[in-house]
Design a protein around this ligand. Structure first.
Ligand code: NAP
Length: 528
């Protein structure tokens, strides 16, 4: 029986998550208790001014022009947390215009002045870590501890780029002729359109807005309709920090309309997108007529490769973290667990034991490590992948079905004897299902790992230094963790190769995405 079925339906051009009648009736008593907690959290957030429901255009909080709204639901209970403005073409055009107007003054501030504003924003984000974490749990579902961790991670990009703003160096090049001097300037690209997904409601935004504002760009952010509340709260804190009107705008609602407005405007000079590969490809094509700079952080299909010579405890801890963070809903989640012949059975048993200890529940409940999936479509996708694998010979060791809590909770699952012809080997599962694939040799592991159009993250577990070098050099991935399952940090470049994307976020490399290089040739320099 399907419990907690929810459907995305079209309502006045904006989509909305609607919980079915059945789901509300069948919510367990545990969920009802938790929904009361969620209610008190949302009241607290409202009273401290962080539960914003309007868009931000030109420094003003604004309803959608036709007053349409969109519901934001708590995925753990199906209850509506807030109705937010459902915006489209007109609001986005005004946001672009205000960003365009704000650009000359924001970009002409000294790096030190921009840095101070960003640093203040960082301090405010950290000061409101708890509230922002609660907001993330409320609209996205991840456990509160993990959500507060996301706030610290998300804020770290603002702190890092506050510092990095002062280090946007140009170059002086030895000239080709003695009467010339050759200079290279790095200048902000202009207005940036930033489109972000629901799985990290804060960090995916700060990873873009931090370097954009630091470099002198102005930004129009479009968060996911499923999780706009964290973005709006972060924008409120940006205003309090002194980000001037128009330098940061937030519009949400009708994604195709907002996307079209950003992509067709000649005033928008860059599109930065994090989300699915399918949407990323569409945006890249639509950016061509106005020749915009494009950065894409797209889907992955990460292998976690466990060699016979791995430390079993390290491999289990690392794979568990890489697979089950955010209930398997991250782009860098281990999607395929490749295990060598000699350690396969031992790993399968010990890994399943570890997975069994994961606590499924509402993110606000103490001890929860696995929250709900974002919506029913996500659960249906996981179900279809599991069904496909089982029909082709895979065996479920643990889990394999919806959780008794109902709604969009799914049991942490381990499946063995998975092979490359199964859907879960080819596409992102985006759920708490770990498929175990057996391999014989190092060459086999590299071949299987690279046999995908994706190239975001990969993980290797081995005690051999020589093997780790051979394998990470051969892997066609933008990020590799060796004996480590959690590798993202603001100080290192994040991004994919192949169809996982273009460009990098975080680190000194992330700043380049928002800068143009200008070459200046000074002639006639020998004149007295
Ligand atoms: P998605 O469906 O592609 O949506 C991402 C964003 O694009 C959302 O804001 C969405 O808006 C918007 N969007 C959808 N259609 C659009 C259109 N036609 N024009 C303009 N914008 C449009 O992806 P998702 O389901 O939110 O996120 C999950 C995906 O993101 C996974 O594939 C995951 O791997 C990937 N991801 C990648 C990274 C990375 O760094 N590489 C990080 C996190 C996630 P609405 O939600 O409002 O419809």
């Amino acid at each position: 029986m399907v419990i907690g079925a929810a459907a995305r339906v079209a309502i006045g051009g904006c989509r909305k998550l609607v919980s079915s009648h059945t789901s509300l009736l069948l919510v367990s008593s545990q969920c009802r208790q938790m929904s009361m907690d969620a209610q008190s959290v949302s009241e607290k957030l409202r009273s401290c001014g962080l539960l914003r429901t309007q868009g931000l255009i030109g420094g003003k909080w604004i309803d959608s022009y036709d007053k349409k709204t969109i519901k934001v639901n708590n995925p753990a209970t199906g209850e509506t947390v807030a109705d937010v403005a459902c915006m489209g073409t007109n609001e986005t055009n005004d946001a672009i215009a205000s960003s365009y107007e704000a650009f000359p003054s924001w970009s002409k501030l000294t790096a030190g002045e921009r840095s101070k504003v960003l640093r203040k924003w960082y301090d405010l984000l950290i000061a409101h870590k708890e509230e922002l974490g609660q907001l993330i749990t409320l609209e996205q579902g991840k456990p509160l501890k993990e959500a507060i961790g996301e706030v610290a991670y998300g804020a770290s990009f603002i702190e890092y780029y506050a510092e990095e703003a002062k280090r946007i160096y140009g170059d002086i090049i030895p000239p080709n002729l003695s009467d010339r001097r050759l200079l290279v300037l790095k200048q902000p690209i202009g207005v940036v359109g930033a489109i972000t997904p629901w799985n990290f409601p804060l960090a995916m935004i700060t990873r873009k807005v931090g370097p954009a504002l630091a470099s002198g760009c102005t930004v129009v952010v479009k968060p996911s309709e499923l999780t706009p509340l964290t973005a709006l709260a972060a924008a409120e804190l940006a205003l309090q920090a002194g980000v001037p009107p128009g330098a940061l705008n937030v519009v949400m609602g009708n994604a195709p309309e907002i996307g079209d407005a950003l992509l067709t405007s000649p005033q928008v000079r860059k599109i930065t997108f994090t989300g699915s590969t399918a949407v990323g490809k569409k945006l890249m094509a639509a950016a061509a007529p106005t020749v915009k700079k494009v950065s894409l952080e797209l889907g992955g299909n990460a292998p976690s490769i466990v060699f016979d010579d791995a430390d079993l405890d390290v491999a289990i801890k690392g794979t568990l973290a890489a697979k089950f963070r955010n209930s398997g809903q991250t782009c860098v989640c281990a999607n395929r667990v490749l295990v060598q012949d000699g350690i396969y059975d031992k790993f399968a048993e010990a890994f399943s034991e570890a997975v069994q200890k994961l606590e499924v529940g509402d993110g606000f409940k103490e001890g929860t490590t696995q929250g709900p999936l974002i919506n029913d479509a996500a659960v249906q996708k996981v179900e279809s992948f599991v069904e496909d694998a089982v029909s082709k010979g895979a065996k479920i060791i643990l889990g394999g079905k919806r959780h008794s809590l109902g709604m969009t909770f799914y049991e942490p699952t381990v499946i063995r004897d998975v092979s490359s012809n199964m859907l879960m080997s080819k596409e992102e599962i985006f759920g708490p299902v770990a498929p175990l694939i057996r391999f014989k040799t190092e060459e086999d592991a590299i071949r299987i790992a690279n046999d995908t159009i994706a190239g975001l993250a990969a993980y290797i577990f081995t005690n051999s230094v020589q093997r780790s070098w051979r394998v990470f050099e051969a892997l066609e991935y933008g990020l590799v963790g060796v004996n480590e399952g959690l590798i993202s940090t603001e100080v290192a470049p994040f991004g994919g190769v192949k169809q996982s994307g273009l460009g990098r976020e975080g680190s000194k490399y992330g700043m380049d995405e928002y800068l143009e290089i200008k070459y200046v040739c000074l002639g006639d320099m020998n004149r007295h």
